[in-house]
Design a protein around this ligand. Sequence first.
Ligand code: ADP
Length: 687
Amino acid sequence: MAQKGNIGVTSENIFPVIKKFLYSDHEIFLRELISNAVDATQKLKTLSSVGEYKGELDDLKVEVLIDSKEGTLTIRDKGVGMTSEEIDRYINQIAFSGAEEFLEKYKDDANAIIGHFGLGFYSSFMVSKKVEIFTKSYKEDAQAMHWSCDGNPEYVLEACEKANRGTDIVLHIDEENKDFLENARIEGLLKKYCKFLPISIVLGKKKERKDGKEVETSEDNVINNINPAWTRKPSDLQEDDYKNFYQELYPYTSDPLFHIHLNVDYPFNLTGILYFPKVKSNLDLQRNKIQLYCNQVFVTDSVEGIVPDFLTLLHGVIDSPDIPLNVSRSYLQSDQNVKKISNHITKKVADSLNDIFKNNRLQFEEKWDSLRLFIVYGMLSDEKFYDRAKNFVLLKNVDGKYFTFEEYKQLIELNQKDKDDTLIYLYSNDAEAQHSYIEAAKNKGYDVLLLDGQLDVHWINQLEQKLEKTRFVRVDSDVVEKLILKADAEKVTFTDEQRSCLTTVFSSQLPKVEKTEFLVTFENLGSSAQPIVLTQNEFMRRMKDMTAVQGGGMMNFYGEMPDSFNLVINSAHPLIESVLEKEENSCQEKTSPLLVQIAELETRRSSLKESHKDKKDEEIPIPEKEEITQIDEKIAKLSADKKVILEAFAAEEKTVRQLIDLALLSNNMLKGEALAQFVKRSIEMIK
Ligand code: ADP
């Protein structure tokens, strides 16, 4: 007699729910059904091993069968099967209280719903108009049973004929989901979710090419590797096994730098292998390469929130039955267990790096360039990781030598402290472009670091906060004499008038460079230093660099600013002295009378201003106000005349432009027409 009944849903009919809410992740039905089949198979193996099941085990594979004529997809296992009572208990009764609220909250998250209600089996209704179960329990004299339900709460349960132990789940795929009857689609899904399941999953027969045609062989088409490397003991594995497994995960990629085999059983269960990928450039980093498994069932490859952000740059596999996988993402991210796991992984990664550093420093240095982005990112984003990494993180100098923080400090301690006892770390972010500055620093006995990584701008800020009395200064941010100020600098001996004249002379010859500003300044750098040097203010430049990395917000303000350079004139250099001398010889005759007039006007102006000091604006006689305005106009006119004279001199005096061009040239800023003119002028000057 067939049993008829309603599926025990306490609050609401479950089927519309499944169809309506679970639309986004239809494909996971296959993962759920195969997981059930694998579970049933493993239960049988366990029963057999403890002697509760005495029959044969045979070939315990799980088969997936597509019948496109009938429109069915069948998942067949040879596991424990179910008795009539078990179907009643496990399939017919679904606890389903408090559903509405939960469903509303997670309506786009099939995982959460399935996990919450234990609806693994019922997810089959996402794609089927009718589902049948044919099952025969392993128990002695068990009656095979047939259960069927066509998408409403009514089911039919009756006895049937079934020769073999185990369960067939037969899905009558509905119209909208016909793609699940395509071999390629199913194979794709099996490869995604079932690649490393512990029981063989078979989809049809292997094919081979014969006489230009694809023909079926007699061999099963097994989808999965039932013994993936992470489930084996590290002591049983060779270096090559790890590499091969990496290729299995990510075919056609270059070998990883090294791996970390995770194996934890307390306070939670976790296994896995993490790989450091070889990064060729900062740009080809790929996130979401870590795959998350739950007892060898693939769950997701978007692991943000589950592992610390910087670890998402790693590749590999994490498998844990303790990460609650069938729940929503937001729940995962706040779960304490997940936090613990994530902290533990961070610690393991740091420990492994430390081991490699200690045991094989040379290897560590060789791989540093690929490793460093990852490590720096970790240090920036995770305090605990910073504390661990500070012992093995390396600084590389422009000569390609590597130092730990401690070693580097010792190297520069004697020579690179400024007058306030601050240790100055000199660095370059482009050894090619800043070559002349690097050379100048080296000639002074300084060491220069190479900090040209994507995150180094931020890292420098962090290190200045973490390392005591330390400042980072880019080699081109000042003239070498002033990079590390050991005593107060020599004074510039020029008078105000001399400075003013030279500023006019040199400003007039500065080329126009787009989005760039030059400010003429004077330093006494000594007679053996360069006559003119271009420097860029460390603070302003860093702000701009940070904007380039982050973009947006308040920082945008700095991004919009032009690049601003100091054109530093070395007052002690003979060539500068000679320009000044020539300027005075050829211009003074004409400018002196102007200066005398300006001086007279200024005297008059000051005395007027003095007499107005205690008066209110309306008490000042109008003629006196007018006189001041006239004086200002006259001074402006005289100054303009003076400027014309100085500029005419500057245009004639080739040395001025030549000195500027040389400074631009050593900064890689002399280009195009200006460069051509420079070459031409140089030749003329040699003649
Ligand atoms: P869950 O697996 O989360 O418990 P399911 O709805 O997927 O929820 O399955 C309910 C129960 O039905 C399982 O716990 C198991 O006892 C039984 N079951 C499902 N599929 C099979 C199968 N292929 N073989 C034996 N028992 C099964």
